[in-house]
Design a protein around this ligand. Sequence first.
Ligand SMILES: Nc1ncnc2c1ncn2[C@@H]1O[C@H](COP(=O)(O)OP(=O)(O)OP(=O)(O)O)[C@@H](O)[C@H]1O
Ligand SMILES: [Mg+2]
Length: 312
Amino acid sequence: MDYSINQKAQAALNKLASMPGMRSVKEQVEQMIHFARVAKLREKNNLKTTQHSNHMIFTGNPGTGKTTAARLIGEAFAEIGLLKGNGKGVPFVEVHHSMITHPHVGEAERRMAAKFKEAKGGVLFIDEAYAFLGDSDSRTDEKVIATIVQYTEDMRDEIVVIAAGYPEEMAEFVSYNPGLASRFPTTIHFSDYAVPELVQIAQQMVLEQEYQASPDYLEALASVMWIEKSRQHFGNVRTLRNHVERSIRRQSTRVVRMPQPSRKDLATLQAVDLVHSPQEVQSSEKEVLQRIIREAQNRLFELDLKEIIKPL
Ligand SMILES: Nc1ncnc2c1ncn2[C@@H]1O[C@H](COP(=O)(O)OP(=O)(O)OP(=O)(O)O)[C@@H](O)[C@H]1O
Ligand SMILES: [Mg+2]
């Protein structure tokens, strides 16, 4: 195997590259592929090679593209030859604590092992992996962790395991067991999208459905997203998609009342189609501003205090 980039692998990588934002995952994946290709060439040239684990931790808020990126990485890695499969496509197996945990002795480990086998040649995506840490007295889950540790090692040429969750909890997950830390050497953080990125994604989204967003629609959407972003655990593209889908439904209600809607009328989304009352936006904007001012005042107060109590 020479780890060449074939058409399918290139298509998956191009798809990832075309998605707005997600800079750190793009950089990291490129680096991993370069490393694998150079390692192969070094081997051919009788140079020492070290095995690196491809398993990863993904952290970030909902809707930041973790699952989407994991799928594309699986396709690219499999096509490049980094994952030995059975030639029957690239599986993407998603597991969650609730699908694995079981009161019968041995059943949870058996289920987890079965998921690893199912994902051979592709990706095993463990969502909210820290849930397996459970309470200190839940021994079943400890065995599941041991299964994860064992299979991530035994199947490292056949599978890429991606464990995802919020940053603090994932840091706790890897530090729980030294075996986990060494098997998941790469952590990729998926930042919240910036408003211009969200607007760009919205444009792609509506175009795919043969709609067109008018400039006033995009402007209104940007202000709604700005407000949404200030909420805790902001849903990123999920929240964006909800707004866009709601707008599309409202556009129908508007257009259906026109006596003879033109092709352009049928395709255009306007600011009025977006559900947000200007008053609501204004009052939320005020709340956000008040919070920012409060935080700034607290910070200034802290800095002043530091100045006062600074050792001589
Ligand atoms: N950069 C992007 N461009 C276009 N669409 C995107 C982008 N990022 C995410 N999406 C879309 O947003 C939706 C949510 O993405 P995804 O499921 O990958 O997020 P996630 O981080 O796994 O979320 P969760 O933590 O809630 O599972 C998907 O439909 C995905 O296609
Ligand atoms: Mg997901």
